[in-house]
Ligand binder design. Structure first.
Ligand code: NIG
Ligand code: FE
Length: 401
């Protein structure tokens, strides 16, 4: 069953640029794009439906490639403390931070986690997101990491959004392993990852490489186990200090290294070589009032693909709009609106290992796209939040939320 979508312009985002087709038409067949091009070249055919997009700009559905959408409670109390001068690291050292979300997440039922995460996810979706990555990392034991990942899978099954799950068991040290970080890493490698992978709950494996989390040596053991299980890796690296986690990630052909404010040019060279995507998280940069900027020039010079994500989490980035992140990427990191949009479409797809099927509007790819009533693509990075008029198509079907 073929459907025609016309009276639109398309920013296909193929090859990481706008790659604009003016006065375009898109033909979808079931869940896939069968043809896209100038309307004047539209092949003749029988269409079961013809959609007039009213002059909209069509982009790929936005892809949020780094989120911690599933968690219990929230940390607006810590936000108030930080505004009084207490730092993120100090709050973490005094039992707050990630540890407080771990307590709330462990105490929450699967049902409660699903309900609160669905609310957050719907907010992202109303803003044009059609694919999302969701990490565990607030359970920190087998039962609770499994609970988080099952909730993530269920979100993808019950809402019109594609969900990729990432196991972030190596996010922080759980209280029962206090002062025994190596033992916890052993437990992750010997018990947690094999069991969670066997249950089909893990699409990728992540870790937090930082002086207040895990060392590069500990992270490497997690990566070795992930590879043995046939799972790709990602890494939270160089957010608060430089441990060269991003180079380590590159050595393990990581899909992405994320945050990266403190990375250097050698890290960029290593990432370029391995095709590891740099996922920048301007929401966390902004919310923590960081001042160290990621090395944009080194990333561009060495041709590292740059993705932008919300990092939606209760501690450092309670961000409910990817478009707002695009604006912050431009204002804070001096990215162009074109780079920013590529960062939330095609490069985000690469960061999730799904670029063969998602992230651009090209024949053969999945028909996930958004028809925005805007004047030009830069409008997507220009408006600060709000609700832009749009139609969202996922798997060839218009969604309503
Ligand atoms: O991506 N960097 C580590 N993890 C999260 C923060 C998690 C939290 O504070 O709850 C991040 O910023
Ligand atoms: Fe994160």
């Amino acid at each position: 069953m073929k459907t025609l979508w016309q009276h639109c312009h398309v920013a296909t985002m193929a090859q990481g640029a706008y790659s604009i087709i003016e006065d375009a038409a898109i033909v979808t067949s079931g869940a896939h794009i069968e043809w896209v091009g100038p309307r004047s070249e539209l092949p003749s055919g029988d269409f079961a439906a013809v959609n007039d997009l009213n002059g909209a700009w069509v982009t790929p559905g936005l892809i949020d490639c780094h989120t911690h959408t599933v968690f219990g409670g929230n940390r607006s109390d810590e936000f108030e403390k930080r505004l009084q001068g207490v730092s993120y690291a100090e709050i973490a050292a005094s039992g707050g931070g990630i540890a407080s979300t771990v307590r709330a997440t462990r105490a929450a039922s699967e049902e409660q986690l699903f309900a609160s995460a669905a609310r957050r996810l719907k907010s992202l979706m109303r803003d044009g997101v059609t694919s999302v990555e969701i990490k565990s990392g607030y359970g920190l034991d087998l039962a609770n990491e499994g609970k988080m990942l099952r909730v993530a899978r269920r979100l993808g099954a019950e809402l019109p959004i594609s969900v990729r799950t990432t196991c972030l068991a190596a996010h922080a040290l759980p209280p029962e392993y206090k002062d025994r970080a190596d033992d916890y890493i052993d437990h992750i490698c010997a018990e947690m990852l094999p069991a969670l992978a066997a249950e089909g709950l893990v699409d990728a494996v992540d870790a937090f490489c930082e002086y207040l989390a895990f060392s590069p040596e500990q992270v490497e053991r997690v990566f070795v186990t992930a590879h043995k299980l046939g799972l790709p890796v990602k890494l939270h690296a160089e957010q608060l200090s430089s441990l060269h986690g991003s180079s380590l990630a590159a050595r393990y052909q990581a899909l992405s290294a994320d945050h990266l404010e403190f990375m250097d040019e050698d890290d960029a060279i290593a990432m370029a070589k391995s095709g590891t995507v740099a996922v920048l998280l301007p929401g966390a940069f902004y919310f923590l009032r960081e001042t160290q900027l990621p090395p944009m020039e080194a990333l561009r010079k060495h041709g590292v693909k740059i993705a932008i994500a919300s990092d939606l989490n209760p501690g450092t980035s309670p961000a409910l709009s990817v478009r707002l992140m695009l604006n912050m990427a431009c204002t804070c990191f001096r990215m162009t609106p074109e780079e920013a949009l590529a960062g939330a479409t095609i490069h985000a797809a690469t960061a999730l290992g799904m670029a063969d099927t998602h992230g651009s509007i090209e024949a053969g790819k999945v028909a996930d796209f958004v028809a925005w009533q805007i004047d030009r693509p830069a409008d997507l990075s220009y408006w600060l939040g709000g609700d832009l008029e749009k139609r969202v198509v996922r798997h060839g079907v218009e969604t309503s939320l």
